[in-house]
Design a protein. Structure first.
Length: 256
């Protein structure tokens, strides 16, 4: 069975295990950053208050109203936003990356590097700018929908151990949803699947605000981080291409 599964992998088990090692390495780095960010809860609350004040000054503090609509609607909509929040970041992202690795391995390194680069830039933000999410400000009308109606919440066992409660800015949910939505929309063949993946980022952005886990400014920052990482990777790829071209030209001159 192992050998049969290995035949489905584009470069065999060795490369596949190497890709897994990269992800576990990132998880380790995230835990280190989490420990650093958790040392200053007071700073995180102060930064969260700054976000609230900024949105209020712009007359765009709409997350509590958005939550109210979802909660009053209840039923399937509330369950959908709760479960999307949990599944988007690891399950959907992981399965999508696995599908790209197996079916479109030629573009997998670029998508992988984009996700990893975005997450590493976000980690810097979590250490330098720990920010409490909306759910920590009930006096402003925000609600933790996961704690109230979700079967799984931030206080559940491993989730409490592994999550960073002060990682609201930027929203990595928003960033990763944009990356994987864009990549999958470009790769799938079905028109309906392409439409679903095109809408995926917007749906995730809606859910992270509707569950009280992010402000819209967090979402905007996440999109900005993804754009910054893409720009950096494009620049690095351009430099590598220029270096290869220069090397090839130098060799041709020596041979002539």
């Amino acid at each position: 069975m192992v050998l049969r599964a290995g035949r489905l992998l584009p470069h065999g088990w060795g490369d596949f295990l190497f890709q897994l090692a990269l992800w576990f390495g990132f998880i380790l780095a995230y835990q280190v950053a989490r420990g650093l960010a958790d040392r200053g809860p007071l700073e995180a609350f102060e930064n969260g208050r700054l976000v609230i004040d900024a949105e209020r000054s712009l007359h765009t503090l709409v997350e509590a109203d958005l939550q109210r609509v979802v909660i009053e609607g209840g039923g399937p909509l509330l369950s959908a936003v709760n479960w999307t929040y949990w599944l988007a970041q690891f399950v959907v992202l992981g399965l999508a990356l696995l599908w790209i690795y197996v079916r479109h391995n030629d573009v997998f390194p670029r998508v992988r590097n984009w996700v990893l680069g975005t997450n590493m830039v976000a980690l810097i933000g979590y250490v330098l700018l720990p920010t409490a999410p909306p759910r920590f400000f009930p006096e402003e009308g925000f609600v933790d929908t996961l704690a109230q109606s979700g079967a799984v919440n931030h206080g559940s066992g491993f989730i409490e151990l592994a999550s960073n409660p002060y990682a609201a800015m930027p929203s990595i949910h928003a960033a990763d949803a944009l990356i994987i939505g864009f990549a999958m929309a470009m790769l799938v063949r079905s028109r309906w699947a392409r439409l679903a993946w095109t809408l995926w980022p917007s749906w995730v952005w809606f859910t992270v605000m509707a569950t009280g886990n992010h402000f819209w400014l967090d979402v905007a920052a996440g999109v900005g981080v993804a754009a910054l990482a893409a720009t950096m990777l494009a620049w690095m790829e351009g430099r590598e291409a220029d270096d290869r071209l220069s090397t090839a030209l130098s060799r041709s001159r020596r041979c002539s």
